[in-house]
Design a protein around this ligand. Structure first.
Ligand code: NAD
Length: 375
């Protein structure tokens, strides 16, 4: 089987789908790997590093897109690139299937098998290929480092002959994968951390990392069978906003990571709360790419309010540490291909009855096969 990793075309994307280590693993399975020249340009890997790992390097992007058995890329392809895929080709990437319904029809029309990284089940078995987690973890780290860079103050407590500097107060809202890493990173830097999530389990995890849990009695909240938070009622959200507002007004850094799977993120911090925050404080909105948790967040932008609060909604936070983001993402790709590799046939098998593939294969054999997107 020929696996092709094209360069990313979106100028803001810095990650690559494969790194030399993943190439080696795939070659070890018996696959042929071809990368587009410049694939690792923004993640510190030269063409020669890929060649040393056993890959062929090409500049014939169109030719390879049309002849590869597996295409592995970070972002979704253009309509033209989908149409050019070979019949039966397996295309693995982030697809944003809830918001990109049209693209699913195009994949079906091209008789390609589209696998969406977002839809990989959150199960123990699938953990090694869970790209949402591998990337969110790094985004949580980058959020804290970004905030630290923007502040005119330091994070740890310092006792000096010239006086004592108090530790920064960090408030993390949403304690999933990104939130937990944000807490761990802020704690390592010496911050005093408070955390809130609608799931009690998440609060306990925050406490185990040394954060203080903010507990708000919202009545029934709950989670889906995949471990995702359920949407709150408007009354519950209002109560949450009021209670959180008090913590925000005393925090130097607020990091929001609250997302709802397949839906826009809830707005958790409104202007009235931002108005109460201290001059020089920083909000990093990690939910910016799904609408944002903060009123006024604009994806790709950073702004300072009249009262001196910096709101950062840059998006693609993991892309700021592209070498490591690529390392773990490429490992997710290679682990997935390896998991479904049939050694005797020398190919990746598609089995719609498989518990992982039934979750993440969206189109196959000319049809949209995923239950959630069939209609
Ligand atoms: P996510 O990115 O969808 O959301 C981030 C966090 O925001 C979640 O903890 C969620 O509870 C929280 N949230 C939602 N609405 C909120 C609100 N109104 N206020 C405050 N917080 C709110 O979540 P995620 O990081 O992708 O993780 C989701 C779950 O999946 C977690 O329980 C995680 O532990 C679990 N998980 C399991 C596996 C596995 O078993 N393989 C792998 C990864 C994640």
């Amino acid at each position: 089987m020929k696996i092709f990793a094209p360069r990313e075309t979106d100028p803001i994307e810095t990650r690559a789908s494969l790194d030399p280590t993943a190439v080696k693993k795939l070659i070890g399975l018996g696959a042929e790997v071809v990368i587009e020249s410049g694939l690792g340009e923004k993640s510190d890997h030269r063409d020669s590093d890929y060649e040393d790992a056993g890959a062929a390097v090409t500049s014939d992007r169109a030719g390879l897109l049309g002849s590869a058995d597996i295409v592995a890329r970070v972002r979704k392809p253009s309509d033209e690139e989908i149409a050019a895929l070979k019949e039966g080709a397996i295309h693995i990437s982030f697809l944003d299937p809830f918001n990109e319904k049209e693209i699913l029809g195009k994949f079906a029309g091209a008789k390609a098998t589209a696998i969406s990284l977002e839809m990989i089940p959150r199960t123990t078995l699938a953990q090694k290929m869970d790209a949402i987690s591998s990337q969110a973890n790094l985004a949580g780290y980058v959020a804290v480092m970004t905030a630290a860079n923007r502040m005119n103050s330091i994070i740890p407590m310092m006792m000096t002959p010239a006086g004592t500097i108090s530790p920064a107060k960090v408030f993390v809202i949403g304690v999933g994968v990104a939130g937990l890493q944000a807490i761990a990173t802020a704690k390592r830097l010496g911050a005093r951390v408070t955390a809130f999530d609608t799931r009690e389990e998440a609060l306990e995890q925050a406490e185990s990392l040394g954060a203080k849990a903010l507990r708000i009695d919202l009545g029934q909240t709950g989670a889906t069978d995949q471990g995702y938070a359920k949407e709150l009622t408007p009354e519950q959200l209002e109560k949450q906003r009021v209670e959180q507002g008090k913590v925000c007004s005393q925090s130097d850094i607020v990091i929001t990571t609250a997302k709802l799977f397949g839906r826009p993120a809830p707005v958790l911090i409104k202007k009235d709360v931002i108005d109460q925050m201290q001059n020089g404080s920083v909000i990093v909105d990690l939910a910016a790419d799904t609408g944002g948790n903060v009123e006024g967040t604009e994806l790709g932008k950073e702004k300072v309010t009249d009262n001196g609060v910096t709101i950062i909604g840059t998006g693609n936070f993991e892309g700021q540490v592209s070498k490591h983001a690529t390392q773990v993402l490429a490992s997710n790709f290679a682990n997935m291909i390896e998991h479904f590799w049939d050694k005797e046939a020398g190919e990746m098998k598609i089995d719609l009855e498989d518990e992982i593939q039934s979750g993440c294969v969206i189109t196959h054999g000319g049809e949209v096969v995923h239950e959630r997107f069939k209609d």
